[in-house]
Design a protein around this ligand. Structure first.
Ligand SMILES: [Zn+2]
Ligand SMILES: [Zn+2]
Length: 63
């Protein structure tokens, strides 16, 4: 049984649809951000806008 409390094995980037698992295998060390509204994940580099550190993050679907 693989228990990863910090990881999100079923997550995928809402922009490029790469899964978390595939990303880990490629070992690109890309930054994932989680949407505060739908709890979906996106690569920060897949966003067309920049992140504001102190503000809640909304994915492109929730903007
Ligand atoms: Zn992506
Ligand atoms: Zn969202």
């Amino acid at each position: 049984m693989d228990k990863n409390d910090n990881d999100s094995p079923n997550a995928f980037c809402k922009a490029c649809h790469m899964t978390w698992e595939e990303d880990q295998e490629l070992d690109l060390e890309r930054v994932w951000v989680q949407c505060d509204k739908c709890d979906g994940w996106v690569h920060s580099e897949c966003l067309s806008y920049s992140l504001e550190e102190d503000e809640p993050f909304f994915c492109p679907d929730c903007l």
